[in-house]
Design a protein around this ligand. Structure first.
Ligand SMILES: Cc1cc2nc3c(=O)[nH]c(=O)nc-3n(C[C@H](O)[C@H](O)[C@H](O)COP(=O)(O)OP(=O)(O)OC[C@H]3O[C@@H](n4cnc5c(N)ncnc54)[C@H](O)[C@@H]3O)c2cc1C
Length: 42
């Protein structure tokens, strides 16, 4: 199973994670951000 770690949970990070999920539904995707809040829109 592919594994992906994304650093940053705003526009770029959330977009990358969402794209990866669409391309690879079985992937293990972990998204980190140093802040408490993630992008709402992304
Ligand atoms: C004052 C201001 C107003 C703006 N207004 C608008 C607007 O009205 N409309 C609009 O479309 N755009 C606006 N923008 C632009 C928009 O904010 C950026 O284009 C967009 O946020 C860029 O997203 P990004 O994911 O590339 O980077 P960022 O938003 O910088 O996100 C990067 C994330 O990565 C995290 N991070 C970084 N390093 C680490 C690390 N080592 N470990 C963990 N987490 C880490 C940060 O905490 C951050 O949350 C504005 C920008 C500014 C500065």
């Amino acid at each position: 199973m592919p594994k992906l770690v994304v650093i940053g949970g705003v526009a770029g990070g959330a977009t990358a994670a969402a794209k990866a999920r669409r391309c690879c539904p079985e992937a293990e995707i972990v998204l980190y951000d140093r802040d408490y809040h993630m992008s709402y829109a992304g």
